[in-house]
Design a protein around this ligand. Structure first.
Ligand SMILES: [Zn+2]
Length: 219
């Protein structure tokens, strides 16, 4: 069987993240999640299909083959364990661990990965809210940019883990588990009134990468 490349694993992980979030596994959604062009994604989708890692139905919806699903879940699980190790044991800020994990996760021996798993105790998610037992369906929720003003929200998950996306979000004062009320939301930005006090402002593109649990406050 052909060796799976690091680039292929990245795409399999992006597909897994869509599946976990209950979103359609389509090339268009992968392009959006990874911020890459449609032709680039189509090229990679053809390769994944040719290597027997995914299948597509007549409507071009993507599904994992058994082998592709296993590779995606193993890689995602390891990534999330390494991230959790970096935050909880080495105390690296949560918005910077994704890129650090990417640098080391594929060179770890199984023994080191198992010891990292032991070191993080009973943690069930990575620092951004994604399940360590990869493939578990995550709780149904909405993206912050889709929430009406006046709604109460709790931050559940950061879908785009890249440092460049997370740093302004962290600088604005957001983190996992924070509770707030949406003060305003327009085509430029979303302003949150934090329960802890103060406001947090994020651009609408960043808000689209933040998954929240929301409850309307009514009036
Ligand atoms: Zn993560």
């Amino acid at each position: 069987m052909a060796k799976v490349t690091a680039g292929e694993v990245d795409y399999l992980m992006a597909l897994l993240q869509l599946e976990e979030a209950g979103r359609d596994m389509t090339a268009a959604n992968v392009a959006r999640e990874l911020s890459v062009s449609a032709p680039t994604v189509h090229e990679m989708v053809r390769r994944l299909e040719g290597d027997g890692l995914i299948e597509r139905d007549a409507r071009k919806r993507i599904a994992f083959t058994a082998r592709g699903g296993e590779i995606a879940r193993e890689a995602a699980s390891r990534h999330r364990i390494v991230e959790r190790f970096l935050t909880d044991v080495l105390h690296i800020p949560w918005h910077r661990v994704h890129s650090e994990a990417e640098k080391i996760e594929r060179t770890l021996s199984d023994e080191v990965a198992e010891r990292m798993r032991a070191a993080i105790g009973n943690a069930t998610t990575c620092p951004h809210g994604h399940p360590i037992e990869a493939g578990a369906r995550v709780r149904c929720a909405t993206r912050l940019n889709e929430v009406e003003p006046g709604t109460r929200v709790t931050v559940l998950r950061f879908e785009d883990e890249r440092d460049a996306t997370l740093t302004p979000i962290a600088d604005a004062g957001l983190r996992r588990g924070i509770a707030a009320t949406v003060a305003t939301s327009d085509e430029d930005q979303v302003v949150l009134r934090l329960d802890d006090g103060g406001d947090a402002t994020v651009g609408v593109d960043q808000a689209g990468t933040i998954t929240v649990w929301s409850t309307p406050t009514g009036d």
